[in-house]
Design a binder for this molecule. Structure first.
Ligand code: F6R
Length: 614
């Protein structure tokens, strides 16, 4: 989703901004732009629909001399993707230029009021309303830009991360956030701004995470100042950015998605490190240990998440119920927040989010907190809003996920849920120690078994050629394999644009079975687990209706081999760990089908990596 970059300092402002925008491309966008303030105080705005490379072409013959600048990638919400709707937006008098992520909910009200004062609007965006409001206040009150920003933000309802520069004020950026990420990078006599740390990682690893309702005053030659919406100064906490530049490169793979699929043996090892110790005898998750009483006394756990994280949460539910005997519900964060949920202080709400910035999940957290629940976060991005808003939590530690389709974050989330369930079971005594050790011991072997599963790559690439032009797919699974089916279907549809549905296999006969014919391939996730016999009969039901079957089975399975058109054999693991293995071939299958179709797998159409608006 939209990204912000900013820079004040002695380096090449244009280069920092354009390279920073390229780093943010993974978030998804449809236009890009920048505002440059020259040493003499001139303000220039350049913008272009489409890729950052279009902006580069547009800027080729422009005046790029600057000492400060802000830049933006826009993912359209108000108004179509176009040159004019791209950010930055000028105030009508051309004195200010502003970039903004998020949504100003009361923009129409503010727009009408400004129009009555004679303001004219040139775009359909809520962002233009914000810049006009700031400029109206600045000129009417004859105040400093920072005071005008503060006054304007006090009138705004909605979510934003914004940055604004001013003509004649060549070394200052004023930035602010509410429910949308914003990070300041502190260099030597230079300061950076980003939606995350990726635009400036090669320049500094010292960062300040701007909090909700804080305004950052960035001035060359002066220390960063943070003020709140009442105007009082707040403490600046400098943190270390946990990111390296190699993590942001493709490392020889043609796409980030393939790199991230193949990274999983390492990311799972990183996630396990220091958490399963003494060969599996002890599980150490500080987030759980530090709040032992909450988990011991919990009446119920409610997990809130979106998309792939919601699928991982369905697995979290099964793991927590099976191992800890605590009732668990899983809700889409977007539904939960508007459902008037009944929550008591003895409920635990777990919010799951790779980016840690998903707007609906953040809103669900606020509701849970307001009702007195203990809120636990499972996130990947260190320092993101969700880990900061929750009472405690666990990072999945799988490194930056750049491909829009989530792969390594999914297995990281499932792994963390498994470790959480084991850790809680250990403190609750809900599982025998020998059983905990058996599962934890197998978990330690999972990275190697994922590596073994990845050897299916060439078979899957060949198989993908047969199904590239299928128009629909059905994915079926039962028990632990049902969320895997949902996730497999989501992966396929989001990057190949083929319609795919995931279903609990037994539900098939209540409707979807009508769809089955020779044109409808069915992917069946059928490892040897306690529902194996049941799923064999589901395989038979598909076969007897002429459907073609791709089955994911446990090594050595002969029964399904006789029924299915294609089988992909995966290593045998305990039932509760099967999703960590069976999801791998599905990731590869969707990747290769999308590649065969010539799709942009890392940046599929209409999708954003970090969904910071409702
Ligand atoms: C699918 C995918 C999305 C995200 C969803 C939630 O591959 O990546 O469905 O899972 O947008 O994002 P996070 O986990 O960042 O809250």
């Amino acid at each position: 989703m939209c990204g912000i970059v900013g820079y004040v300092g002695g380096g090449s402002v244009y280069n920092v901004l354009i390279n920073g925008l390229k780093r943010l491309e993974y978030r998804g966008y449809d236009s890009a732009g920048m505002a440059l303030v020259s040493p003499g105080g001139d303000l220039h705005v350049y913008k272009a629909k489409g890729k950052v490379s279009n902006l580069e072409d547009f800027c080729a013959d422009k005046n790029l001399e600057a000492v400060a600048g802000i830049a933006h990638t826009r993912w359209a919400t108000h108004g179509e993707p176009s040159d004019s709707n791209a950010h930055p937006h000028y105030s009508e008098d051309g004195e200010l230029a502003l970039v903004h992520n998020g949504t100003i909910e009361n923009y129409q009200l503010l727009k009408d009021a400004l129009a009555q004062h004679g303001c004219k609007f040139h775009t359909e965006t809520d962002t233009e309303v914000l810049v006009q409001l700031i400029e109206y206040i600045r000129t009417t009150n004859e105040c400093e830009l920072v005071d005008a920003v503060r006054e304007a933000l006090n009138q705004v309802v909605g979510a934003y991360a914004m940055a604004v520069v001013e003509k004649g004020n060549p070394d200052t950026i004023i930035a602010a956030r509410k429910s949308s990420p914003l990070v300041v990078g502190i260099g030597d006599d230079e300061t950076f701004l980003g939606s995350d740390g990726t635009p400036f990682i090669e320049y500094t690893n010292k960062v300040v995470y701007v909090d909700d309702d804080q305004i950052a005053v960035i001035k060359r030659g002066e220390p960063l100042k943070l003020i709140n919406l009442k105007g009082s100064e707040e403490k600046v906490n400098v943190k270390k950015l946990e990111l390296s530049i190699t993590q942001l490169e493709k490392g020889g793979y043609p796409h980030f998605m393939l790199k991230e699929i193949f990274e999983q043996p390492n990311t799972l090892t990183d996630s396990i490190r220091g958490r399963i110790v003494e060969g599996g005898r002890r599980i150490i998750l500080n987030g759980v240990m530090d709040h032992k009483d909450k988990f011991l006394n919990a009446n119920r756990i409610i997990i809130v998440a979106c998309g792939t994280s919601w699928h991982a949460s369905l697995l979290g539910k099964q793991l927590l119920q099976d191992m800890c005997g605590i009732p668990v519900e899983v809700e889409y964060a977007s539904e939960f927040r508007y459902s008037n949920p009944v929550i008591t202080p003895r409920d635990i709400v777990i919010a799951v989010s790779q980016s840690g910035e998903t707007a609906d999940t953040l809103a669900a957290i606020q509701i849970a907190k307001s009702k007195g629940a203990f809120v636990y976060g499972v996130s990947n991005v260190v320092g993101a809003s969700i880990p900061r808003e929750t009472h405690s939590g666990t990072y999945i530690h799988v490194g930056p996920e750049i491909g829009v389709a989530s792969t390594k974050a999914f297995t990281g989330q499932v792994l963390v849920f498994t470790m959480m369930a084991l850790a809680i079971a250990q403190i609750k005594g809900s599982m025998e120690q020998k059983d905990i050790e058996a599962v934890a011991g197998c978990l330690l072997r999972i990275p190697d078994l994922v590596k073994e599963t990845l050897r299916l790559n060439d078979d899957i690439q060949r198989l993908s050629l047969i199904y590239t032009y299928a128009r629909n797919f059905l994915y079926l699974g039962r028990g632990y394999s049902y969320p895997v089916a949902l996730e497999g279907a989501l992966k396929l549809k989001e990057i190949s644009y083929i319609h795919a549905e995931g279903y609990p296999a037994a539900e098939m006969k209540h409707g979807p079975i009508a769809l089955i014919d020779s044109e409808m391939p069915t992917v069946i996730i059928a490892p040897k687990d306690h529902l194996y016999e049941k799923i064999v009969s589901n395989v038979q039901q598909v076969k007897s209706r002429g459907g073609s079957i791709i089955a994911i089975v446990t090594k050595g399975d002969t029964t399904i081999r006789e029924l299915a058109n294609h089988v992909l054999e995966v290593p045998d693991v305990p039932e509760c760990l099967t999703p960590l293995i069976t999801s791998i071939p599905l990731q590869l299958l969707s990747y290769y089908i999308a590649i065969n179709k010539g799709k942009n797998v890392d940046m599929p159409r209409n999708l954003a990596k970090s969904v910071t608006v409702e």
